[in-house]
Design a protein around this ligand. Structure first.
Ligand code: ADP
Ligand code: TPP
Ligand code: MG
Length: 316
């Protein structure tokens, strides 16, 4: 007899897999959820990296470098409040996706926008929201090529971006090696209530680091330094040692806020020992650059962990 598709009732013997499937999302957490949903996905040879990177990376034709694809959403009540000016909601929706392209050193080219909005929202509001996106797109010379519109009680904007790295390799999360120095741009913490709406994605900095092959692993800080550094280290198979006194903080911000507030949208990257002085001498930007620590060989017993600090998790 075939088993019922959705078994239930007191007589059913649950397999481990079935028990797991009944867990609620808050018991699993965001990262583990993504892993469970995607672990059986297969890729073809054109895909250089799919999951666990800031963008998916594809091989272009010879001489064309690589193509990168990203999708990011902002949701009312999660990424902005009801009173947030619509111009800034639109700006943030695009800036968040741009920050992920920056983290791989890519140049953004084309964007699509999905919009979920209430029928009661005014046209004026959405025009301001689109203006916010368009102003930023113009500054980075990127073009909108379409989108999608649906009805929803909560306002949600999803931006998908296509970018490329013509003639150079994108910087992955997995390239850090023991001995590398860890650098961060800007200042961390205290992104709410204002900075998360008006931050400048570090596109020029990321592109410069990739084109000059100065960063060998990079990530943008969205969930907080503690969480995002742990991700970069795990992807690279290294451990790390932070000099907490060096972590650049925004005025009035404590160390634990700098580690776990999130939405900094700064770049964290690893630099080989032989390239550290070149980086420091040639850094051409006004953006603050700080060395905050070192990478070490992976050693679960001896390595520093930031487990005591919590990053942002949509389901925790
Ligand atoms: N619902 C989903 N289905 C498939 N893949 C996902 C989903 N959500 C996130 N991912 C992938 O998981 C990885 C981590 O996602 P996320 O934490 O949102 O990255 P980021 O902080 O760089 O925006 C990325 O490779 C992303 O493409
Ligand atoms: C109303 C509101 N609540 C909370 C926050 C703080 N916040 C929202 S999302 C987030 C983390 C980053 O967002 P996520 O969607 O996880 O970005 P990703 O890692 O996918 O780039 C933080 C710190 C906020 N900006 N606005
Ligand atoms: Mg990211």
């Amino acid at each position: 007899m075939s088993r019922p598709r959705y078994p239930d009732g007191p007589s059913h013997n649950w397999t481990l897999e079935e028990q797991y499937a009944r867990c609620r999302l808050h018991e699993i957490g965001e990262k583990r959820l993504i892993q469970i949903l995607t672990r059986h996905w297969k890729q073809d040879r054109g895909v250089l990296r799919a999951l666990e990177e800031d963008c998916a990376v594809f091989r272009g034709l010879p001489d064309q470098g690589f193509w990168l694809l990203k999708i990011e959403s902002v949701v009312e009540g999660v990424h902005f409040t009801k009173g947030t000016p619509f111009f800034l909601v639109g700006r943030k929706a695009l800036a968040r996706a741009l920050s992920d392209l920056a983290a791989m050193g890519a140049i953004p080219r084309y964007a699509m926008v999905a919009l979920a909005a209430s029928p009661r929202l005014s046209l004026f509001a959405l025009q301001r929201l689109y203006e916010g996106m368009e102003r930023l797109a113009k500054a980075y010379r990127l073009f909108f090529v379409g989108g999608e519109t649906v009805r929803s009680d909560a306002l949600l904007i999803t931006v998908s971006l296509l970018g490329h790295t013509p003639g150079y390799r994108p910087v992955l999360r997995c390239g850090a090696r023991p001995g590398d120095s860890l650098f961060v741009t800007g200042e961390l913490g205290g992104s709410f209530p204002t900075k998360h709406l008006v931050f400048e994605p570090r596109l020029r900095e990321g592109q410069w680091l990739a084109q000059n092959r100065l960063a060998r692993a990079m990530i943008d800080l969205s969930d907080g330094l503690a969480s995002d550094l742990s991700q970069l280290a795990r992807a690279s198979g290294v451990s790390f040692e932070l000099d907490f006194s060096k972590i650049p903080r925004r005025p009035g911000i404590s160390l634990s806020q700098a580690l776990q507030d999130g939405e900094d949208y700064e770049l964290l990257f690893a630099v080989a020992p032989a390239k550290v002085s070149q980086l420091q001498k040639q850094w051409p930007f006004r953006t603050k650059l700080t060395c905050i620590g070192l990478c070490h060989p992976a050693d679960p017993k001896a390595s520093q962990t930031l487990d005591a600090f919590h990053g942002f998790d949509h389901f925790a």
